[in-house]
Design a protein around this ligand. Structure first.
Ligand SMILES: Nc1ncnc2c1ncn2[C@@H]1O[C@H](COP(=O)(O)OP(=O)(O)OP(=O)(O)O)[C@@H](O)[C@H]1O
Ligand SMILES: [Mg+2]
Length: 340
């Protein structure tokens, strides 16, 4: 047995910890371990709670005299999870072993995200780049003396190069917001003036898509924020509503204030988004219809950026939509407080 203070120490550890005696029977286990192994009981073999051969081997090796053994334990059911397991000999007359489990799921998830992100970014760059290279070749060869074809190819190359430039811009903006995540922006900004400015900038796009861009009349609303970031976030919401909701014919921007927050809404009456896509919409590179978005020059980074910018401002992005009934994107931002 271990003394009371050691037991208390065991109990406060966030990671699952189990002590087994020389027969492999559980003598102590902390709360985290009991949560991880519902079948675990003091005085009974630990092998009843876990059937993984690598872990059981490690325990046997330590109980047979080894000082330390490390291994990994992965499970697919009932949920997918992975643990790093460290088995260490505890001093004393009879051999005992301390088992410590560290959850690897989070680290694995982040690693998978990183790999995915690089694959996605490279893929998004590769397509326009291949197209530009292809046209350069054509211009150097078969179309060398064809003035008309040259004009057309150069125009396509320009569009593709602009797409790459935008992608890189968006990636840099994302990493910039991430880098400043711990500094909450605090400039005093008038949200009403900001949306007027954004509306003016996007009216040509709206006209091109036959969309009426309406801004609900509103008094100045002061928020604490970073002007560039908010411009970018709101611009993307309005641009999305125009691009993807064009069939609705109208986009409405409005601001309300409630409970210390300014809530900006961008509403369209287009095709809307079905519920199975909603939760993933703010993931990087996620698009409902990849071909449609690409066609419109999109990279699927816009909403990821909006979500990050909202979080940076201690605000929130909320999406409400039903298929066939348009979509409303709400950005809640803290109001500017005297003394901020
Ligand atoms: N108002 C909307 N109505 C319907 N679908 C939308 C709307 N806004 C966004 N979406 C869907 O969400 C996807 C992700 O939007 P997001 O802004 O992140 O990327 P994007 O617009 O495709 O590319 P980018 O913003 O980088 O130009 C879009 O591709 C589109 O499928
Ligand atoms: Mg967008």
């Amino acid at each position: 047995m271990i003394d009371v203070s050691a037991l208390a120490l065991l109990e406060t550890a966030p990671d699952p910890l189990v002590i087994v005696d020389v027969r492999g029977h559980v003598t102590e286990a902390n709360g985290a371990a009991r949560a991880l192994f519902p079948g675990l009981q003091n005085g009974r073999p630990f092998a009843f709670a876990i059937r993984n051969p690598a872990v059981l081997d490690a325990i046997n090796a330590v109980l047979a005299g080894e000082a330390i053994r490390e291994t990994e334990w992965e499970e697919r059911r009932p949920v997918e999870r992975a643990y790093y397991v460290r088995v260490a000999a505890l001093g004393g007359q009879a051999a005992r072993a301390l088992l410590a489990f560290r959850d690897l799921s989070e680290a694995r998830r982040i690693e998978a995200m990183r790999v995915d992100f690089i694959a996605n970014a490279s893929h998004e760059l590769r397509t326009p780049l291949a197209s530009v290279l292809g046209f350069i070749e054509t211009l150097q060869g078969p179309a060398r003396d064809d003035a008309k074809a040259r004009e057309r190819f150069l125009a396509i190359m320009q569009t593709q190069a602009q797409r790459m430039a935008r992608l890189i811009d968006d990636l840099l903006s994302l990493s910039r917001v991430e880098m400043r995540e711990h500094q909450t922006p605090s400039d005093k900004l008038d949200l009403t003036a900001l949306i007027q400015q954004i509306g003016d900038g996007l009216r040509p796009l709206a006209a091109e898509r036959a969309v009426t861009l309406e801004i609900a009349p509103c008094d100045p609303v002061m928020v604490a924020g970073d002007r560039d970031e908010l411009l970018r976030a709101i611009e993307n919401l309005v641009e999305n509503a125009i691009k993807y909701g064009a069939s609705g014919g109208k986009v409405l921007i409005s601001i309300e204030t409630q409970r210390g927050q300014a809530v900006l809404s961008v509403q369209d009456w287009g095709p809307g988004i079905s519920p199975d896509h909603l939760p993933r919409l703010t993931e990087r590179f996620y698009r409902v219809d990849v071909a449609e978005s690409r066609d419109k020059g999109g990279t699927g980074l816009g909403l990821a950026l909006v979500k990050h910018i909202a979080a940076h401002h201690r605000g929130k992005l909320q999406i409400e939509s039903r298929k066939g009934e348009g979509a409303t994107f709400r950005l809640a931002l803290p109001l500017y407080q005297q003394g901020d």
